[in-house]
Design a protein around this ligand. Structure first.
Ligand code: SF4
Length: 252
């Protein structure tokens, strides 16, 4: 229920979390699945069954979270069963353009992160020294596929791109650079500014990352976003709470 309003609506988004990630962020809140590969091995048929099951619960969309390492199997599953509700591709931004091209026609909404405007930070925090260029190219391909953002009569997104950015403590300059990149390259995209950062995983003991962001830091980035004229969403500062982090525990 805690995605952007046009994704969660009042019936929720049907999230499917995939183990692993294209990045290895030292502050990952879902490190158990992204870095430690917590999860269960299933095949494309079972994945298709899960889409069907989620759809039957009445959710607004099927939301793949960090899906990129499984693109081939996801396409197989969508060939078996393509839900009638939108498919959301929720990813780190660190995707090969060829991978995104392969998803053309299967995905309706892209929710990429744009984490960094500074490749030095991307290298230190996510082991991705060329993040900025890779993410810019991937997002350009996403936008060229979906075209203009499209919503239904109750404001739910049917098609389009929302670029997410999580503000990190001590790094407002990085966030301002990200807003500049979006304004210059993707002025038509919606921006989702996030402040839910909580020091987790290796960030707990990091000199700059071992605290939540301050109100002053968030206000600075928010004001810059408002001044930029970009459209989108801003999270409430009280979203930085562990209760919003899923607990990984299943038996099936
Ligand atoms: S991109 Fe997101 S899910 Fe992947 S490692 Fe970074 S914070 Fe975790």
């Amino acid at each position: 229920m805690w995605e952007e309003p046009c994704i969660s609506g009042n019936k929720g988004s049907g999230a499917v979390f995939f183990s692993g990630c294209t990045l290895r962020c030292i502050f990952c809140q879902n490190y158990k699945i992204s870095a430690e590969n917590y999860g269960k091995t299933i095949n494309a048929q079972r994945l298709a069954d899960e889409f069907k099951k989620l759809e039957s619960l009445g959710v607004h969309n099927i939301n793949f979270v960090s899906p990129t390492p499984y693109t081939v199997e996801i396409i197989k599953a969508l060939e078996i069963y393509k839900p009638k509700i939108p498919i959301v591709y929720n990813c780190s931004g660190y995707e090969n353009t060829e991978t995104i091209k392969a998803l053309n026609g299967y995905v309706d909404i892209y929710l990429p992160d744009l984490k960094y405007s500074d490749n030095e930070l991307a290298k230190s925090y996510s082991n991705a020294p060329n993040y900025v260029e890779i993410a810019k190219n991937a997002i350009a391909e996403m936008i060229s596929q979906t075209g203009e953002n499209l919503f239904d009569e109750i404001g739910m997104m049917k098609k389009g791109v929302i670029i997410r950015h999580l503000v990190l403590p001590s790094h407002t300059k990085n966030s301002i650079g990200v807003i500049d990149i979006i304004k210059e390259n993707f002025p038509q995209a919606l921006v989702s500014l996030m402040c839910q950062y909580i020091p987790m995983y290796k960030a707990k003991t990091h000199l700059k990352l071992s605290r939540k962001i301050t109100l002053r830091e968030y206000e600075k980035v928010k004001n810059y976003l408002f001044m930029s004229g970009l459209d989108g969403f801003v999270q409430e500062l009280n979203s930085a709470d562990e209760k919003y982090i899923p607990k990984w525990n299943y038996n099936e």
